[in-house]
Design a binder for this molecule. Structure first.
Ligand SMILES: Cc1ncc(COP(=O)(O)O)c(C=O)c1O
Length: 382
């Protein structure tokens, strides 16, 4: 084995070892946080889980045998999640957030010589995790309304035979829910080409269509879910995959032993006792999303219909970047997507509490009333 090469050529320091070249070239994933009054940039729940959940968790934590490893198979949690979806514990894989679930999926089913397909614009982590795991990324395009056209799906899947085809419904950052017919087509194509379809349903409870009911041992479909949004538990880091048993068996091989700590397992299980409170939060957020969409319609912005807890919009009289900065000056933080591929000039706002939403809408109206950029970006006019 050759000795590591000093990066700066100096011999009096320990040499810096070069990372894998493809990793070294990556920019990494960033979601900047700023100290503002109204934080609407990461699609979290604006409401906490109910106090009864916090009390039950505190009591259960008092009983944890801290000197012992947790249940390695997380069986109680997997059984509870399975029951929620009409599946068995063996058809559920749980990890520390759905990003880790997707990483496990790509560790097991991606890798060198294999491909993952996705349709841009979509959730950046699908491509990022594929690349980190050495999986080649094959990119298809979404239509102007951000849905995936069946013929584009067919072109990509038949052309590349990906082992994982990602759909995201509702799609982040566009809010678009996929048509159930498209998911069915994707599954048929995957069955023919020897791949899996992964529907990322991080925001499923906000939408009308869900694919969890299609999961079956004889269907090459997996569905990922998270506790970070509708369950209001972003801090706990819990996500899961609903999948055929034979997929879960493989994912368990790539997960680290005891990767789910005892408190995470308890939090995930106890949260499910508060299904009504979750559905109530979802109702409030959907009502507020509709209010935001209606208010945006009256402003000089293009708005895409959303089935999630966020709304994508593009100012038509000022550049997205300029509007983003002007909102930050007014202590309102939204996600700046304006430099993302295929989303030129776009911003994404997470639905907050009614008061936060009103502050956002007032600030935006004020910013847009302030006039046109002296140097609007060319895409703003389109
Ligand atoms: C589409 C999508 N999938 C997955 C995740 C990751 O969620 P988690 O917090 O469970 O890792 C997010 C988070 O924003 C998301 O938007």
């Amino acid at each position: 084995m050759s000795a590591p090469v000093p990066v700066d050529g100096r011999s009096d320091r320990a040499p810096r070892v070069a990372a894998r070249p493809d990793i070294a070239l990556m920019a990494g994933y960033h979601s900047p946080q700023l100290d503002v009054a109204v934080r609407l940039n990461t699609n979290e729940s604006p409401y906490p889980p109910p106090p009864a959940f916090a009390r039950a968790l505190a009591a259960a934590v008092g009983e944890v045998a801290w000197n012992r490893y947790p249940d390695r198979r997380a069986l109680a949690l997997r059984a509870a999640i399975g029951a929620l979806h009409g599946l068995d514990a063996e058809q559920v894989f749980v990890a520390n957030g759905s990003n880790e679930v997707l990483q496990a999926l790509l560790l097991a089913y991606g890798g060198p010589g294999r491909r993952a397909a996705l349709f841009e614009p979509t959730y950046a982590l699908h491509g990022h995790l594929a690349r980190v795991t050495g999986t080649e990324v094959v990119v298809g395009d979404r239509r102007d309304d951000f849905t995936v056209a069946p013929d584009e799906l067919e072109r990509v899947v038949e052309g590349a035979s990906p082992t994982v085809t990602f759909l995201c419904s509702p799609n982040n950052p566009t809010g678009t829910a996929e048509d159930p017919g498209l998911v069915a087509t994707a599954v048929d194509l995957a069955a023919r080409t020897g791949g899996l379809v992964c529907v990322d349903e991080a925001y499923a409870q906000f939408a009308e269509h869900r694919a969890d009911g299609l999961v079956d041992d004889d269907v090459p479909l997996v569905v990922s879910r998270t506790y970070s949004k509708t369950w209001a538990l972003a801090a706990a880091r819990i996500g899961y995959l609903l999948a055929p048993r034979w997929v879960v068996v493989e994912l368990e091989k790539v997960a680290l032993p005891y990767h789910l700590d005892a408190v995470t397992q308890l939090a995930g299980r106890l949260a499910l006792d508060h299904l009504d409170a979750m559905e109530e939060r979802v109702g409030l957020i959907v009502a507020e999303r509709r209010r935001i969409e209606a208010a945006l319609d009256a402003l000089p912005v293009r708005v895409w219909p959303s089935s999630a807890n966020f709304v994508l919009f593009r100012p038509t009289t000022r550049s997205g970047d300029d509007v983003w900065h002007a909102l930050v000056e007014r202590s309102v933080l939204v996600r700046n997507c304006s430099s993302w591929p295929r989303l030129e000039g776009c911003l994404r706002v997470t639905v907050g509490t009614p008061d936060e939403n009103t502050r956002f809408l007032d600030a935006l109206a004020e910013v847009l009333a302030a006039g046109t950029d002296t140097d609007p970006s060319p895409e703003v006019a389109s």
